[in-house]
Design a binder for this molecule. Sequence first.
Ligand code: FAD
Length: 415
Amino acid sequence: MQNECVDVLIIGAGPSGIVAAAYLNNQGHNVKVIEKSKFPRFVIGESLLPRCMDHFEEVGLLDCLKAEHFEVKSGARFLSKDVVCNFDFSQKHTPGWDWTWQVPRADFDNALATELINKGVDIIFEHEVTNVIFNPDGSSVTSVKNNIGDNFKIDAKFIIDSSGYGRVLPRLLGLDKPSSIPTHSSIFTHVKDVKRPEGKEGTLITFDVIDKDTWFWVIPFSNGITSIGFVGENSLFDSYEGNTTEVLNKMLKLSNYYHDRFCDLNYEFVPVHIKNYSKAVTKLCGKGFALTGNSAEFLDPVFSSGVTFATESGLKAAKLISKELQGVTVNWDTDYAGYIAEGVNVFASYVKEWYTGNLQTLFFHRPENLEVKKQICAVLAGYVWDKTNPFVKKHNRIIASMAHVISMQKEKTTK
Ligand code: FAD
């Protein structure tokens, strides 16, 4: 049997693969997406950042999402005991989108994939990429297995690996490396939020900070379901006995603010426990391939950066591949790896400084410094490439220095 031949083969139909495929299709390239599961399928990653709206808009996928009437997210609330830190995306340093959505990913990803199919893109569900062989010129032959075990091959000029935690090329090419982010775990589920309060309190995304390493997320959806989950050090999870339902029941007692709202509700699915979710790779691209989204890197859920990084990298990779297909030379090291690393490094500083406690000091210090808050808010909205923002430009030292100043001030006043 003759191999099928495409310009670009994309592994995975999550947001990263879909945005990449949409761009390439709009540019007239022959693109095919191979997706292991049957949609709609559950995946975690339900709180978006305003920055990803730019990506969906640019590739023509915004209207299909608007039609789903997802819960609007116009900011985020962080609680620490009796102190509340509210970020409002309309009050941010960098110009750009000031809202996005809180989404059940099964519906969200399905809406995107359906729209792409309507635009004529070939998405093959329930097919798994099992192997990829690269030729010296960077073109490749990909082995695909369908759900009844039949195998076939696809020739491609380029591959975008958007396989998320499938991490197809990192596994096949040995590109995995340990993440620099501390080892944390998460446990989560969905509930029918029957005790949801009226108004903003009921629909606001909230992070209830239990202690420096432990926090609880509450992400209400427009369909009455709310996503709840804990993040903490592996050792905390290990200290609880029982199955995941029992562990989550016990952990809910940690949240004074939310315990009563959720404690006696049934879980919509058996709580999922993911250990050591942070991932990193030795390189983001090579001859004939690019890694995007979670397949490339995942830091931590605390700032909801996963989907936005997935769409940012998917779109960037697609643009560069499109250029190469048109005969333009691309410097992948600077234009892709360098660009992506810049944004990832900003978020990585924020995640690290969250767990050192320094960023929490800035969030919960009173009185608030409104200028600083605007600059941090732009980062939390996903605008991490804007060097006019000191909280982007000096990301690796500004948080620690400001936290230090706050501690010194506190020390002085208590003396
Ligand atoms: P995915 O959405 O995972 O899609 C990858 C697709 O590839 C899947 O559909 C899969 O079936 C397919 N695939 C896998 N292997 C193969 C194969 N061999 N062949 C073919 N197809 C394959 N992000 C946020 O933005 N906001 C959040 O609030 C958030 N919360 C999170 C909470 C936790 C606990 C964790 C662990 C992550 C969270 N994330 C969050 C991150 C988010 O889940 C991911 O960053 C995001 O889903 C990445 O999108 P993607 O397109 O790269 O991959």
